[in-house]
Design a protein around this ligand. Sequence first.
Ligand SMILES: [Zn+2]
Length: 410
Amino acid sequence: MSNHLARVDGTRVLADLHALRAIGTYKTGVHKPTFSEPHLRSLQWLVQRLPEAGLTGEIDGIGNVVGTSTKAGPRLLAGSHLESQNHAGWLDGPLGVVYALEAARVINPDPNTNGAVEVAAWCDEEGHFGHFLGSRSYVGGVTEADIDAARDRSNDRSMRDALRDAGLAGRARARCERGRHIGYLEAHIEQGETLESSALKIGVVTSIVGIWQYRITFTGEQNHAGTTRMAVRKDAGLALARFCVDIDDRFPVTCGPRTVWTTGRITLDPGAPSIIPGGAEMLFQIRDDDPAVIERLEDLLRSMAAEVDKQGRCRVAVERIRTGTPALMDGSFQQAIEAASAALAGGKSLRMPSGAGHDAQVLATVMPSGMLFVPSIGGISHHWTENTADADIVTGAEVFVEACRKLLTR
Ligand SMILES: [Zn+2]
């Protein structure tokens, strides 16, 4: 028996990640919006690496790269994304792509391991143009009309123009073949501080949370900020502020152990210093992996709104504008990651949900899927200081490759 574990080349993994960091560098991170020149160059870089793993592939008609193998036996799909948020970190995305590439380089040429790892880079996971457009295209969830409608949120460039400028217009889009893969495995930085604060090395993702979003509108009475007595005001802004504080007081009693909620945007109408706001609106988000918890919280939100209504000063309307579907990660994938961590990371792993969205939630709609996290220093991500210790990156790669091998040979 050859020793597969010894063949993960930590130096090669780090060198690849640094090569991708050198394309579109911004301070110690990167700036690689979807279809920017550095993003396209990163995709080309991956295409050029694929033959090292016995894979062939090219950039498809929506900016995905899917490297395929002709080796006999089961096939496991693995990957992540290569574009970044604006002025963001170097590991969010590339870590998972490089781990997948390393797994393919180790496993595919190995005659003792049946089957192959196929490598994917999903386009626009970071949502410059839409919502998981690349992975959704692969599973058949994106129409030509969706592409017609997609525009870059930073500069309003249409996706059609971006595809044409990248030379990708008219290319076919890679599509998932039913039954081709035993499943999908993705590695990612945690982007939180759970692992670091517990001195753990591997997160075994149990589920990816769903996101529910609400528009909560307060209607009062616009009036003069100098002449209107306090006792008779109908200040929609004040009602909104009180409501926010009330949420923070009352949600903890009803929420689940990992529920998070955020008021991400507040607007006052008309929003002038000398005018009592007659209208106020907040965009409010709840994330959890249990729809029953969300149902309880939504009931609470609506009853709180009814209470404000009853007091009579302002009217409140709660409108759900986005409904999330939590994605459950496959149990056998969780076991494989956990067993690999026991062998190679001293068992320092933790089962945990992902509070961030990932392509694995899209792939999970068509095949068994799993995710592995490595620690983020200080829990920081979506910022150019995002980082992970080299030793943790290498440990993560070893666990990832071993998990792939276990899944292919079970
Ligand atoms: Zn990411």
